[in-house]
Design a protein around this ligand. Sequence first.
Ligand code: FES
Ligand code: FES
Length: 155
Amino acid sequence: MNTLTLEVNGERRTVDVRADEPLLEVLRDRLGLTGSKEGCGIGVCGACTVLLDGRMVSSCIQLAVLADGGRVTTIEGLATAAGLDPVQRAFVECGGLQCGACTPGQVMAARALLDETPHPTRAEIVRWMSGNLCRCTGYEQIVRSVERAAEPAAE
Ligand code: FES
Ligand code: FES
């Protein structure tokens, strides 16, 4: 076992992990943060997306030991005492919140995009979000939600 120290959603956490343990497993099974979901488990679907030092990563293929000392933000860490993150609000308002398996990853990916590019074009949104798969109703409401979150009034 390896001792890992992370800042998770603003809290310092220390856990013992296996050398081959993915960050997703550490978050869900050791830290009880089950908001991040496992879809494919091979870095393809985006359901497990979290932010590591501000950059989005697929936590199912991110080795936890390589994240030692890092700052992790999960879906549980987005809302503050002041309320939902603008991305979360927009997903609710625009119907982007379609299913519990994909939405957390989509919200985290959108947050990463807007942190890097606060006012992306529709094409930039579509390209960025293409790593987050949906198998239910489609992508229109998701793209619209990200557009809404990027509107100046949403910030
Ligand atoms: Fe990680 Fe699909 S579960 S990318
Ligand atoms: Fe989960 Fe469409 S949002 S399958």
